[in-house]
Design a protein around this ligand. Structure first.
Ligand SMILES: [Zn+2]
Length: 388
C-alpha cells in the first residue's frame, strides 16, 4: 500500500497516511465524542470535541508506535524498512525482503503487540494513579483519554494476536511452525490456511451479529473478516508463485512468436491486417530490424477512430525509452515484480537491441493454473521450461 500523504521520516523510515485513514479518524473522533457526551453529561460541547480530537490523535500515535516497534526490531535484525503507512484498518510496515529465519520472524511479529500492551497498561496505570477506579467511569478529561487509550491499545494487542496470517499473531504462528518444520514455504501455507479459517469465523460471526440486531458493528466484523480472508489468500498465492517460478529465467518461458510491424504503417492498416486477424495482444515495432517500441490494442484505443488513417504506428506506440525492458536472463520472479510495480501486463525481452520475446502476466498465470490442475507439488518437479 502506498501512502498518499507523507508525514516525515523516523530512523530512515518514511511515515505516511493513506486516504482511507481519514475516514476512520473521523469515525473514531465522532464515536468518541458520542461516548464522552453520554459518560460525562456535565461536559461542554467544546470540551467534548477537544478531548475527542486529542484522543483520536493519540490513538494515531499509539498505532504508529506499534508499527515502529515492528520496524525497529526488523532493522536491528538486518532487514531494510522502507515505510510505514497508516490506513483504515491500522498500519502496515513495508519491510523489504522477508525474514530469513524463524527467530527474526518471531521477534519482528511480536514486537508490535508487545508495544500496544505496554502502552495500554501504561495508560491504565497512569489513570489509576490519577484516582480512576474500575469500573467507575473516569471523571476528568485526562483520565477519560487515558482509560480509552488504555483499553483500545490492549484490544489492539489482543486483536493483532489472532492467529490469522498476515496478522501479527499469524506471523508468530508461522514462525513457530517454521521453527518446528524447518520449512518456510510450508509454514506460510499452514499459517495462511489457518488465517482463512479464522477470517471465515469472523464473517460468520459478523453476519450472525448483524441479524441479531448489532447493525453496523456486525457488518464491521464481517468486513474485517473479508479483509483478512483476502490477505490470507494473497499470502498463500504468493508462496505458490514463488515456489513455482523460483530460479527460473525469462528465456525459458517467454513467448517467441511475437509479430513485428513496420513503424510507418497507418493505424487503420495495422488494425485491419493484424489486430483484427491475429488476436495477439502485443506487437513489436521495428525499424531496420531494431526494436523501437511496442504497440497494444490499448495504445490504439487511445487514438480517436477518425484519426487512424492519418496516424502511423510509430505515433501511437510506446517508444523503447518508455518501456521497462528485461533480458532473457532476468528472473521470472523479478519480471513479475516489475510488472506489478509499473502496472503493466507484459514486458518485452530484449537482447542486443532486438526483441527476443514477450513475457505476459496472463501467460504466467496460465502456467500456474496448468501446474495446479496437474497437482504437481511445486518443489519436487523440474520447472516447466518451454512455452509458445
Ligand atoms: Zn502489528
Amino acid at each position: 500500500m502506498k501512502s498518499n500523504i507523507k508525514l516525515g521520516t523516523i530512523h530512515g523510515i518514511e511515515i505516511g497516511l493513506h486516504y482511507s485513514w481519514f475516514i476512520i479518524a473521523a469515525l473514531i473522533a465522532f464515536s468518541l465524542g458520542e461516548h464522552f457526551r453520554q459518560v460525562n453529561p456535565n461536559w461542554s460541547t467544546n470540551q467534548i470535541w477537544t478531548i475527542a480530537l486529542l484522543t483520536a490523535v493519540l490513538f494515531f500515535v499509539s498505532l504508529l508506535l506499534h508499527e515502529l516497534s515492528h520496524s525497529l526490531v526488523a532493522q536491528t535484525r538486518g532487514l531494510k524498512v522502507k515505510s510505514i503507512t497508516l490506513f483504515a484498518l491500522g498500519g502496515v510496515s513495508q519491510i523489504e525482503g522477508d525474514a530469513t529465519d524463524a527467530k527474526t520472524e518471531f521477534w519482528v511479529a511480536i514486537a508490535g503487540p508487545i508495544a500496544s500492551l505496554v502502552i495500554g497498561f501504561g495508560c491504565l496505570a497512569l489513570a489509576a494513579g490519577l484516582g480512576w477506579r474500575r469500573p467507575a467511569e473516569p471523571r476528568t478529561g485526562v483520565t477519560a483519554v487515558l482509560v480509552w487509550l488504555g483499553y483500545i491499545n490492549v484490544a489492539l494487542a489482543v486483536f493483532n494476536m489472532i492467529p490469522g496470517f498476515p496478522l501479527d499473531g499469524g506471523r508468530v504462528l508461522r514462525s513457530i511452525v517454521w521453527a518446528i518444520t524447518k520449512n518456510a514455504d510450508r509454514s506460510t501455507r499452514i499459517a495462511a490456511r489457518i488465517g482463512q479459517f479464522v477470517a471465515f469465523l469472523f464473517i460468520l460471526d459478523g453476519i450472525w451479529q448483524f441479524f441479531s440486531g448489532a447493525g453496523f458493528g456486525g457488518l464491521w466484523i464481517a468486513f474485517i473478516g473479508w479483509f483478512l480472508m483476502d490477505a490470507a489468500k494473497a499470502s498463500y498465492a504468493q508462496v505458490e508463485i514463488t515456489a513455482a517460478f523460483q530460479g527460473m529465467r525469462v528465456s525459458s518461458l517467454m513467448s517467441r512468436d511475437c509479430i513485428t510491424v513496420n513503424r510507418g504503417m497507418s493505424l487503420q492498416e495495422f488494425v485491419d491486417t493484424y489486430l483484427l486477424k491475429t488476436g495477439q495482444r502485443c506487437y513489436a515495432v521495428e525499424d531496420q530490424s531494431l526494436l523501437v517500441g511496442l504497440i497494444t490494442p490499448r495504445d490504439v484505443g487511445a487514438i480517436p477512430r477518425e484519426l487512424w488513417d492519418k496516424t502511423t504506428v510509430r505515433d501511437a506506440m510506446r517508444p523503447l525509452a518508455k518501456l521497462h525492458i528485461i533480458t532473457p536472463d532476468t528472473q521470472v520472479l523479478d519480471a513479475l515484480k516489475l510488472m506489478a510495480a509499473n502496472d503493466v501486463n507484459q514486458l518485452p525481452v530484449v537482447a542486443n537491441g532486438t526483441l527476443q520475446g514477450v513475457v505476459s502476466r496472463s501467460q504466467l498465470m496460465q502456467l500456474l493454473q496448468a501446474r495446479s490442475e496437474l497437482h504437481l507439488p511445486t518443489t519436487q518437479y523440474p520447472p516447466i521450461t518451454a512455452h509458445g
